[in-house]
Ligand binder design. Structure first.
Ligand code: ZN
Length: 380
């Protein structure tokens, strides 16, 4: 599986200057090539190479491979549309491949720079992936620091066939409740988000009543806060996904999650639960993390249709009543009276996972799906 590894470079001051100069030179050449492409309407990589390579090899301070990469970058930029002239920011990211970049032992990477190759120290928070480095990296300069966004190709473990699944119900008060009874609470998160929301509104209020220069500063500030919130969301989702995958692996189970894709666009017609669910938390990110971590660990992951998972009794399959956090079964012969609604849903998702996996073994899948085909979804 291909992933992107974030590597932070630790250049000396001299190396940092060389990296900056290299980025500037590469992006200047890109803008120059783009001028030619735009004026002469040459957008094809091969033709553009033919037209610009020799002239720019003589006038710019770039190695052959570096120049070839920049020509390809410009051609690539015009692929999407040929009606806008492309310009390149002086410190925009530049691509490195194995001809101009070599990883050495002890966290050192050798990068081509305008003054020759530089051996630069780096740190990486996922050192396990370093042996799987393969292909290109983007050199990015952000807030005074240099990063390599490096492609890695991590081998997937063979997925073991399993009979049981950990069902995961995505929710509001708890981000995830599993059929094992584990809750990943959203309390702390909601508080964090409320606080952030307040901060954002106060910035907005200030921006609305201020002069233009203050407005601009407010915009910058709120953009930075957005970035912070995103990082926070990523960390929380990573932690939850890791815990779910580890637990499933230890128990020799697979993972069953709700397939919420496609609901976003039709949400007005759907019931309130999904609408609010999708609005409050980045579940698609969480799902993505669960899926890729499962793949890396050889844990089977199945997405099931979410219809009726919260209204069906996980014990007898009858449709019951969900009031807030409590599910009540209406079948008088059923031993379930009232249980935690999210836990009940997680149980259903777990059973659905098992029946999707081996349809002949269970009637659950059929009964739920025939139901959802017959009746409109009742509102909660
Ligand atoms: Zn029941």
């Amino acid at each position: 599986m291909k992933l992107t590894l974030k590597i932070k470079l630790l250049p000396t001051d001299e190396q940092a200057n060389l990296l900056l100069e290299t980025m500037k030179e590469a992006n200047t050449v890109c803008s120059a090539i783009s001028d030619v492409a735009w004026q002469e309407k040459i957008f094809n990589n091969f033709k553009l190479h033919h037209r610009t390579y020799h002239a720019y090899k003589a006038t710019f301070n770039l190695s052959s491979q570096m120049l070839i990469r920049q020509i390809a970058k410009v051609a690539d930029a015009y692929k999407l549309d040929k009606k806008t002239k492309r310009t390149f920011k002086p410190l925009g990211s530049i691509a490195y491949d194995s001809r101009i970049m070599t990883y050495k032992p002890n966290n050192i990477v050798s990068l081509w720079c305008i003054d020759g190759r530089q051996k630069i120290n780096f740190v990486c928070h996922n050192p396990d992936y370093i042996p799987y480095i393969k292909g290109e990296a983007d050199l990015v300069y952000k807030k005074g620091k240099f990063y390599l966004f490096q492609t890695v190709d991590v081998p997937e473990e063979d997925v073991e066939d399993v009979e049981e699944f950990v069902g995961c119900d995505f929710g509001l008060t708890d981000i995830v409740v599993t059929s094992d009874g584990v809750k990943h609470s959203a309390d702390g998160l909601n508080k964090y988000r409320e606080h952030r929301q307040k901060v954002r509104s106060s910035i907005q209020a200030k921006a609305d009543t201020s002069k233009r220069s203050t407005k601009r500063n407010c915009r910058k500030l709120s953009k930075r806060l957005q970035g912070k919130e995103r990082t926070h969301t990523q960390i929380v989702n990573h932690t939850i996904a890791k815990s779910i995958v580890q637990s499933a692996k230890e128990q020799g189970k697979g993972i069953a999650i709700e397939d919420l894709t496609g609901i976003r666009f039709t949400s007005k017609k759907r019931n309130k639960k999904f609408r609010t669910k999708l609005g409050k938390w980045n579940f698609s990110m969480l799902r993505q993390y669960i899926e890729y971590k499962a793949l890396l660990n050889g844990v089977k992951c199945i997405a099931v249709a979410p219809a009726y998972t919260s209204q069906t009794c996980s014990s007898c399959n009858h449709i019951g009543k969900r009031t807030n956090k409590v599910f009540k079964c209406t079948n008088t012969n059923c031993k379930v009276d009232s249980i935690d609604a999210d836990f009940n849903a997680a149980q259903n998702i777990s059973l659905l996972g098992a029946s999707v996996n081996t349809p002949e073994k269970s009637t659950m899948y059929c009964s739920l799906h025939s139901l959802s085909g017959l009746k409109p979804i009742p509102s909660l």
